[in-house]
Design a protein around this ligand. Structure first.
Ligand code: COA
Ligand code: AMP
Length: 640
């Protein structure tokens, strides 16, 4: 067989998109196979595989047990933070998923019901996701670093029948008790789940003191449950598999809906073509099941393809050292690792010469993939030197579920250009347009948009809010999906992602809304107005910094109020928001129409040269902000 080239594959998709995806759909075992790829008249921009049905859990688990992989490791749980390791074969995974599914059925969960999972990186998180998929329930995983209020927002929006949580998560030097957070969230939410199922971990046992509380460990160990066969429920390809909330421009997160059929087809295609990983090989995404990377590349894609997935509960540094990633890659014969650039920066800081990798046998290790934030050239080059393998940046979003742009090593390794996630993947017609929606010239900065329809696997809508979906993504540039990223395409067709066009910031690869933080800060009785900006940080990429103006007559000390606000963000959004600094100023810089000049404030904090905004109300305020920024050391850690 002749080796394919990227351009031949991309052109084949462009010439016949339906044929391309129908071919890709052959990788899936359907209960009702698709007779056509796309219905342009359904949904907001059409729907994929409109007449097909199947089950994601069957494709991830059962078919591998039935067809030659029962004894192969499906999941390797490696937890340096708890000192535990466990290998789960495909046959064992099926048994565990069936038991969990039986428990959910016994609690009254039916096809289409929602189940919230608030879980750390333990096998039961992945098992619970697959158990939902098995019975046609829709899971919504909430990241453990979010606080009770964020959980309550998601409970109200997704109205789950059940909440499944663990008794605790483990952070370096700290046990995070989840149950009090769940209790507070349920108390705050207007929707009440029927039951809360708690997986007790030995590091910390939760008090099961509410009438709706049950211990999940004993429920799944029950002999009757343990031996019950729970069939996979066929669902329409257009039925939702999950909802994953992601930051929007307000405190109300967006419930990204992932459908069943398109998701399976797209992810199965990526494993081979984007990541170059074959069935039976070991794939490791060092993310968290609470993020989209965790959904797509810890759980679904590797299992769909009969790979072994690594579930790593730890940090790139400090658990126990900066060699942990290389130890895990070596011990489990990892073929490809996917992580965020911030993890590399953390490792590089402790091991600048990249010596620790040399302690491990990495002969199976072929490729390092990076995504989640801009990959800084320095970190890419450091990793290339330390590991001696290609380091591949790729760009995508919670909304798309898989890479919009990548270097498809499974098809052809294209020359790497530092700072670029390379080229558009089949399915995506990427264009760069100006504010009026007109294409800009190669090399010119503009709004990055994708010509509709989006490919299989991308969101068809937001949960329960078609109008918001259309408003947020489809209306600004008619006929296109608005990515809310700005950047350019060079003369070779390579894409460069430069910034967001909204108020989303990226903190240690985590997507956060400054608008949501401003809502929390404004809720403090002493605050008259505020602005939160993302300041460049050498480790986390960006960190949030709050600026506040106090109401007149406030007598409480500035320092005390600022500390209260730091705590307020931690308590209401969660520790992951990582807001450590709030600065009190006399006034905020604004345009004459009253819009706060956040971009200019960010430029000042990052020490960038900036143009005086023509519409600024009072230029003198910028000097005051500059002085406050210097005095408080904002942006001191700017990337060097
Ligand atoms: N549950 C509870 N708390 C959590 C949490 C979780 N799942 N994840 C993070 N937190 C807490 C941390 O403990 C920290 O708390 P602290 O303020 O008490 O120290 C806070 O949230 C901020 O976490 P983080 O931004 O991750 O910073 P860190 O200093 O703990 O670690 C890195 C820095 C670079 C090591 C870490 O961010 C990292 O591993 N990043 C990889 C990014 C990643 O995987 N992104 C996913 C997208 S691909
Ligand atoms: P999330 O939805 O959490 O995956 O965040 C998506 C956002 O992260 C994108 O819209 C980008 O702003 C940013 N992002 C993700 N990957 C990259 C990348 N490879 N380069 C630059 N920015 C990225």
């Amino acid at each position: 067989m002749t080796k394919q080239s990227y351009s031949s594959v991309y052109d084949a998709w462009k010439a016949d998109p339906d044929g391309f995806w129908m071919d890709a759909a052959d990788a899936i075992d359907w209960t009702t196979p698709p007779t056509r790829a796309f219905d342009p008249d359904a949904g907001a921009y059409g729907r994929w595989f409109p007449d097909a049905a199947g089950n994601t859990c069957y494709n991830c688990v059962d078919r591998h047990v039935e067809r030659g992989r029962p004894g192969q490791a499906a999941v390797i749980y490696d937890s340096p933070i708890s000192g535990k390791k466990r290998t789960i074969t495909y046959a064992e995974l099926k048994r565990d998923v069936e038991a969990m599914a039986a428990v959910f059925l016994d609690k009254g969960v039916q096809k289409g019901d929602r189940v919230i999972l608030y879980m750390p990186m333990i096998p039961e998180a992945l098992i619970a996701m697959l158990a939902c998929a098995r019975i046609g329930a829709i899971h919504s995983v909430v990241f453990g670093g979010f606080a009770a209020h964020e959980l309550a927002t998601r409970i109200n929006d997704s109205t789950p029948k059940l909440i499944v949580c663990a008794s605790c998560g483990l952070e370096p030097g700290r046990v995070v008790a989840y149950k009090p957070l769940v209790d507070a969230a349920v108390a705050e939410a207007t929707h009440k789940p029927d039951a809360v199922l708690v997986w007790q971990r030995e590091e910390h046992r939760a008090d099961l003191d509410q009438p709706h509380d049950h211990e999940l460990n004993t429920l799944v160990e029950d002999a009757e449950v343990r031996h019950r066969e729970v069939p996979c429920v066929p669902v329409a390809a257009t039925d939702p598999l999950y909802i994953l909330y992601t930051s929007g421009t307000t405190g109300q997160p967006k419930g990204v809906v992932r459908d069943t059929g398109g998701h399976m087809v797209a992810l199965a295609w990526t494993m081979k073509n984007v990541y170059g990983v074959e069935p039976g090989e070991v794939f490791w995404a060092a993310s968290d099941v609470g993020w989209v990377v965790g959904h797509s590349y810890i759980v679904y894609a590797p299992l769909l393809c009969g790979c072994t997935t690594v579930l790593f509960e730890g940090k790139p540094v400090g658990t126990p050292d900066a060699g942990t990633f290389w130890r895990v890659a070596s011990e489990h014969n990892v073929a490809a690792l996917f992580t965020a650039p911030t993890a590399l920066r953390a490792i590089k800081k402790e091991d600048p010469d990249g010596k620790l990798a040399a302690d491990y046998n990495l002969t199976s290790f072929r490729t390092l993939f990076l995504a989640g934030e801009r990959a800084d050239p320095d970190s890419i080059q450091w990793a290339e030197r330390a590991l001696g393998v290609p380091v591949i940046d790729h760009w995508w979003q919670t909304e798309t579920g898989w890479a919009i742009a990548a270097n498809p090593v499974g098809i052809e390794l294209l020359p790497v250009k530092l700072g670029s996630p390379t080229v558009a993947m089949p399915g995506y017609d990427i264009q760069v347009v100006d504010e009026g929606g007109q294409p800009v010239a190669a090399g010119d900065l503009g709004n990055i948009v994708v010509k509709l329809p989006l490919p299989p696997g991308c969101l068809p809508t937001l949960w329960g809010d078609d109008a918001r979906f259309r408003r947020a993504y489809l209306e600004t540039f008619p006929g296109y999906y608005q990515t809310a990223d700005a950047g350019y395409v060079d003369e070779d067709g390579y894409l460069f992602i430069m910034s967001r066009t909204d108020d989303i910031i990226n903190v240690a690869g985590h997507r956060l809304s400054t608008g949501a933080m401003e809502e929390v800060i404004s809720g403090h009785p002493a605050v008259a107005e505020c602005a939160v900006i993302g300041v460049t940080d050498s480790l986390k990429g960006q960190v949030p910094c709050g600026f506040i103006v106090l109401k007149s007559g406030v007598t409480q000390s500035h320092g005390e109020i600022e500390q209260e606000l730091v705590k307020r963000i931690r308590d209401q959004i969660g520790p992951v928001a990582a807001l450590k600094l709030v600065v009190t100023v006399e006034r905020l810089p604004k345009t004459r129409s009253g819009k706060i000049l956040r971009g200019t404030m960010r430029a000042i904090a990052d020490g960038e040269t900036y143009r005086m905004p023509a519409t600024i109300d009072d230029p003198a305020i910028l000097d005051e902000i500059d002085a406050a920024i210097r005095q408080r050391g904002v942006g001191r850690q700017a990337a060097g």
